[in-house]
Design a protein around this ligand. Structure first.
Ligand code: FAD
Length: 298
């Protein structure tokens, strides 16, 4: 292992091109000097992205193993805003990495940057280090190889990961049965996804937050699920306005495995339904709040 190898490493990136995938999602392709050191371990590989501060000064986090402690130690006014994103694709031969950004307006440093960014703009990210030979992390999609039945529920922020998950499953010799539910702001936010006979993809259009129930929550209610197999489980409370909802799957039961990510209030409602009302084993469920409406989580 290289002497300076750590699970996550800092990379200086330059934007090469941007491509609108749908009204809400834009793909940004980046390159950088050390791309040969970058790797990705799973389709939901999370990374930290550092954006320019409120004065427009570009992030200047030093490339050293204690980057996080260094960043935390900076006065808040000088600290480059950091947000979590997903590696959508890594092309080592072309020395390029793709990140798909939801453009949700001028309200946050990430979306604001993405709305303006043009080729040549710089960013910093931390991503897995290819030279690190230990047990890497930063992802939750770990389905058992013999899984038979998969439930995927995502909003637009988790669509990059969900698309990667479907691409991975499509390459299996016998892909499992998959129900995928994807909630987006606009009816024409659909993007091309793989297809196989036992995959059902359901696009759900969110008409607005005044909807009685977010479409991804309503979808969980109508999902075809295994018989209750873990009745009476305790379900710790999570205050999604104060903490991050992050339940990891531990084991798979009855061949079933679920991956659910998106707005934390919606994911919390889905958690309540799947565990309390439908009696699914919590240990087969990944339930992740990717963002929280009206809040800033980093
Ligand atoms: C593991 C993980 C992976 C993620 N991967 C991706 C990804 O690949 N692509 C992606 O676009 N996002 C992804 N996200 C979500 C992203 O981190 C958040 O949306 C983040 O808040 C965006 O930062 P911001 O600076 O734009 O807004 P913030 O400064 O964080 O928030 C400002 C305001 O905007 C609101 N807001 C934040 N996100 C949205 C949104 N999507 N729609 C509407 N309002 C919003 C907040 O509630 C707040 O009121 C991921 C999150 C996690 C935890």
């Amino acid at each position: 292992m290289a002497a300076d190898a750590t699970p996550y490493r800092l990379f200086d990136l330059t934007l090469v091109r941007r491509e609108a995938l749908s009204p809400c999602l834009t793909r940004f392709s980046f390159t950088g000097p050390d791309m040969a050191r970058m790797t990705t371990l799973a389709p939901d590989q999370r990374i930290k992205v550092f954006f320019p501060d409120a004065q427009g000064r570009p992030a200047a986090v030093p490339a050293r193993p204690d980057w996080y402690a260094w960043w935390k130690a900076q006065p808040e006014a000088d600290r480059a805003p950091m947000r979590t994103y997903t590696i959508r694709a890594l092309r080592p031969d072309a020395a390029e990495v793709d990140i798909d950004f939801v453009l949700h307006g001028e309200t946050g440093p990430a979306s604001r940057w993405a709305m303006r960014a043009q080729p040549g703009y710089a960013l910093q990210i931390t991503a897995p280090d290819r030279a690190f030979t230990g047990q890497g992390g930063g992802y939750e999609w770990k389905p058992p190889r013999d899984v038979r039945d998969v439930l995927l529920i995502a909003d637009e922020t988790a669509l990059p990961a969900l698309a990667g998950i479907l691409e991975e499953l499509a390459a299996w010799p016998a892909p499992p049965t998959v129900q995928a539910f994807i909630e987006t702001p606009e009816a024409d936010d659909r993007v091309p996804l793989p297809a196989w006979s036992r995959l059902s993809v359901n696009w759900l259009h969110r008409k607005g937050w005044e909807d009685a129930e977010p479409p991804m929550v309503a979808a969980a209610r109508r999902a075809r699920l295994p018989q209750p197999n873990a009745v009476g489980q305790t379900l710790p409370d999570v205050d999604v306005d104060a903490e991050i909802l992050w339940d990891r799957a531990e084991a798979h039961r009855h061949g079933f495995y679920a991956w659910v990510a998106g707005e934390a209030g919606s994911v919390l409602a889905i958690r309540q339904h799947l565990v309390k009302e439908r009696g699914l084993d919590r240990r087969a469920l990944n339930l992740m709040g990717y963002w929280r409406r009206g809040r800033i989580l980093d």
